[in-house]
Design a binder for this molecule. Structure first.
Ligand SMILES: Cc1cc2nc3c(=O)[nH]c(=O)nc-3n(C[C@H](O)[C@H](O)[C@H](O)COP(=O)(O)OP(=O)(O)OC[C@H]3O[C@@H](n4cnc5c(N)ncnc54)[C@H](O)[C@@H]3O)c2cc1C
Length: 315
């Protein structure tokens, strides 16, 4: 099968690798390539955040978790498996995604910040997008996948038996999907003060807080503002992120920002992963709308895309 993958973020690159490894001829088209995609902005730790529906997300997240753990043994991939601690301000039932990780433990009290009632501890792949997206691209080049940097205005422009649409927020224009909307996220990068676990607090009344150590730096988040498209980092928002993350780890008190980054997550009520038949009879497999979990779901979604492509009729 000749497959045309549209999109050069984590979804498109991963689908292209997975399809090529299954023996398809693959070419990729993208208006923007790493480091200029939303995927580059992601804090990129494994965590199913703002992606629906839960039953499908659970399966995709579980598959991706296992794949990232396996890839972490390659030192060139930019993946490190770290302990993640989700802080709970009150006792809570097991999270809905618990079955997607090999083991969910109660966090020992000495690993929790002051004031926390309890916490979950689990192994979370941390994907350093500065390295990993280049790793995927280099993998594609080794596999002989042609990469074309070009905006596609219509599926008819791409000569392939089957298309895979991984255009994220770009699906609004490309296929007129009005259900896709931006969820703006702002992050602060600081020098890593020696933090040894990913820290997450979804329940802070001031807003979500997370700390993602990457070795040289630490990514602090965050915000999630639906239908906001400003790409300017807001200083007051950055100060609030630093304050919330400081409550998670005293090591972050007085941390100095080395970068402020903003990205627009491709929001959608549910991830769109389904085949559609175009008017010219060709099949397009859509794979977009992963919200705050595009990295977390990337391999599981790519496997399902492969299944649809394998079953697609030839032109
Ligand atoms: C602040 C922030 C923090 C995040 N943290 C995490 C996290 O910790 N974990 C996690 O899993 N996820 C996280 N995410 C979410 C994650 O970044 C997204 O879900 C993911 O990047 C979506 O990937 P994608 O490949 O589908 O889209 P994108 O990365 O947006 O890629 C879309 C691609 O399609 C191309 N394209 C679009 N339209 C066209 C067109 N018409 N023609 C040709 N090409 C086109 C673009 O140029 C681009 O190459 C975060 C996001 C943000 C903003």
């Amino acid at each position: 099968m000749h497959v045309g993958v549209l999109g050069g973020g984590v979804s498109g690159l991963t689908c292209a690798v997975a399809l090529r490894l299954r023996g398809h001829e693959v070419a990729l088209w993208a208006e923007r390539l790493p480091p200029a995609t939303t995927s580059n902005v992601a804090a990129a730790f494994w965590y199913p955040y703002k992606a629906e529906p839960p039953d499908r997300v659970l399966g995709w997240a579980r598959t991706s978790h296992a794949r990232f753990v396996a890839l972490a043994s390659d030192p060139t991939a930019g993946i490190r498996v770290r302990e993640a601690i989700e802080v709970l301000r009150r006792p809570m039932p097991r999270p809905w995604w618990a079955d997607a990780v090999p083991e969910l433990r109660n966090a020992p009290p000495d690993r929790l910040p002051p004031g926390a009632a309890a916490g979950w501890s689990f192994d979370a792949p941390v994907v350093d997008t500065r390295v990993y997206l280049g790793f995927l691209r280099a993998w594609l080049e080794r596999l002989g996948v042609a990469i074309h940097q070009r905006r596609i205005a219509s599926f008819t422009e791409v000569d392939a038996d089957v298309l895979v649409n991984c255009t994220g927020l770009g699906a609004r224009e490309l296929c007129g999907d009005t259900a896709v909307f931006p969820i703006r996220g702002q992050l602060v990068h600081v020098v890593d003060p020696g933090i040894d676990a990913v820290l997450i607090d979804e329940d802070d009344p001031r807003g979500i807080a997370y700390v993602v150590p990457r070795g040289d730096d630490c990514v602090l988040g965050g915000t999630a503002d639906a239908n906001v498209e400003s790409m300017e980092a807001d200083p007051a928002t950055a100060a609030a992120i630093l304050e919330r993350c400081g409550s998670l780890s005293p090591r972050l008190h007085g941390a100095r920002a080395i970068a402020h980054v903003v990205g627009l997550r491709p929001g959608r009520a549910t991830v769109r992963l389904e085949p559609e038949t175009l008017t010219d009879g060709r099949r397009v497999v859509h794979d977009y709308g992963h919200g705050g979990a595009g990295v977390t779901l990337s391999w599981g979604c790519a496997d399902e895309v492969c299944g649809h492509v394998d079953g697609a009729p030839l032109r």
